[in-house]
Design a protein around this ligand. Structure first.
Ligand code: GDG
Length: 486
């Protein structure tokens, strides 16, 4: 990857923390930053995005760092009003729930779509002014779906790729969106479009067929020409995102991490079984699902509260969006009730941390946990599941994983669950807790092979090589060599 690769994402990989009258920049949370930050750490590139700080808000002055690793950072300024209408509004109250199977009510608001367009336009102007001739532009995620077409019109010399980190919904759900055509045509402005799974790709193709003049087959979409633009072919495919296996493996073999893992268990009273959940606090992640199953297992005596601890780490997320305030109240209400019912003096089988952990420390928690619970109602991929597997370097531990996470396509040897089925979830948790050492080792070793074979470096290399190739046969060969699903 050369210097003329520009990554464009809604957020820069850093955010400003203000405490005790001082401001510092730390890595911003979430799966997109975790993945891209690792994939790009060894390459020179430019990253364009919003800093997380509204430009017209009073805050302690702290200059945005100009680079992180080899990556130059360029800020797209957004006002508080734009943040409320674009980021908290159209992105996180409309697109996010709609794209996750409408598991929470979807807000349709005309003025927030207008702000979404205006913000995509601002990104376009900044990218166009920064990009050298012929540069490769890699646009990320649902916040910037209009950008590929805007860029193509303004700078036809650029090579534009688009990757969607979240699911693409079934056509009958996507079809509800009043702005469905603008979104589809916006994304189709790219030269290559990547999805997490073959299901997301199929859903996208069905919507393209329903609402545009374009048509797709065998990994290519042909977009008819117009008076201003020639006919084009867009490459599409599933590129399952992954994690930095080497980095997690190195941490897992480090004595300090192993010591921290021992400390975690000891702080929790050295339980015989430690169950763990790690998520951004989001209603798609199914935190209540696992909590309900575990509480019932304690109540019916299947799990012994004197020997078992369930620890949920929830990192704060999108705290200004109403649905997120509600899910926090629901989760914390349920946890409060469970703690009240199940605890004994001075100790509780349910432990809850609402805070963001240093990412290296998370590896110690993964190493400490006997069973990892990843139970989203819908998830594009879910990196936590892959991180847990990468941290289990001794092929032990057990993963309970929702079928509705993209990661379930690759991690077939997890204990797979339907998160809407509480009894099935309870059975899977118990099987995972009670599985023999041999069974756990067989499953974990198979999952580790899948994750090691396909790390985040390979994900970004594969996407960028397909984006760089214009020859149809070469793209087909590249796909076959990588075993990428169409
Ligand atoms: C989106 C898609 C897709 C979590 N808590 C803390 C923390 N994390 C890190 C995890 C992991 C990342 O955040 C979460 O990634 P996920 O993939 O699980 O979920 P989303 O944030 O929803 O990510 C998702 C992803 O994009 C990538 O394409 O897989 O489907 O929704 O890396 O370790 N990190 C730190 N402290 C925490 O407390 N430092």
């Amino acid at each position: 990857m050369g210097n003329n690769v520009i990554v464009v994402a809604n957020r820069l990989p850093v955010e400003c923390h203000e405490a005790d009258g001082a401001a510092t920049w730390v890595r911003s949370p979430g799966g997109l930053v975790t993945a891209l930050d690792s994939a790009l750490s060894r390459h020179a590139c430019t990253w364009i995005g919003w800093s997380g700080r509204a430009c017209d808000e009073q805050s302690i002055a702290a200059d945005l760092p100009t680079r992180i690793h080899e990556c130059e950072l360029i800020e797209v300024p957004l006002t508080a009003e734009e943040v409320a209408s674009h980021y908290e509004g159209f992105c996180n109250a409309t697109l996010w729930p709609l794209y996750h199977d409408a598991v929470a009510p979807v807000v349709y608001n005309r003025s927030s779509f207008e702000t979404y367009e205006a913000v995509n336009r601002r990104f376009c102007d900044i990218v166009a002014s920064e990009a050298p001739r012929g540069a490769t532009i890699w646009v990320h995620d649902y916040q910037l779906q209009l950008l590929p077409q805007m860029l193509r019109r303004l700078r036809p010399d650029l090579r534009v790729g688009f990757f969607l980190h979240i699911p693409f919904p079934p056509p009958e759900l996507f079809g509800r969106l009043p702005w469905r055509q603008q979104i589809l045509n916006g994304v189709l402005g790219a030269d290559a479009i990547g999805f997490q799974t073959a299901d997301a790709l199929e859903n996208f193709l069905a919507s393209v067929c329903n609402h545009t003049q374009a048509s797709g087959a065998d990994g290519f979409i042909s977009v008819p020409g117009s008076a201003d633009e020639p006919e084009r072919t867009v490459t599409v495919g599933a590129f399952p995102i992954s994690i930095d296996v080497e980095h997690i493996g190195a941490l897992a073999t480090d004595a300090a991490t192993a010591e921290l893992a021992r400390q975690v268990r000891s702080d929790l009273g050295d339980p015989r079984t430690l169950l763990l959940g790690v998520d951004r606090l989001d209603y798609t992640k199914g935190i209540e699902v696992r909590l309900q199953a575990i509480v019932e297992l304690f109540e019916d005596g299947s799990l012994n509260p004197y020997e078992t601890v369930f620890l949920q780490i929830a990192s704060p997320s999108r705290q200004n969006v109403e649905q997120y305030q509600r899910i926090r109240e629901q989760v914390e209400g349920a946890i409060g009730r469970a703690v009240g019912d199940l605890s004994r003096l001075g100790t509780s089988p349910i432990q809850y941390l609402y805070q963001s952990m240093p990412s290296d420390d998370l590896v110690a928690f993964y190493m400490a946990a006997d069973v990892m619970l990843v139970t989203p109602l819908r998830d594009g991929m879910n990196l936590v599941a892959k991180e847990y597997v990468a941290a289990r370097i001794h092929d032990d531990g057990a993963l309970v994983l929702s079928e509705f996470a993209g990661a379930a396509r690759e991690l077939r040897d997890a204990w797979l669950i339907n998160p809407y089925d509480t009894d099935g979830t309870k059975r899977a948790i118990l099987r995972a807790v009670r599985a023999s050492k041999t069974e756990k080792a067989r499953r974990m070793s198979a999952m580790r092979q899948a994750v090691v074979r396909h790390d985040v470096q390979r994900w970004s290399d594969e996407f960028l090589s397909i984006l760089a190739t214009t020859d149809r046969q070469e793209i087909i060969d590249l796909r076959e060599r990588s075993g990428l699903p169409l």
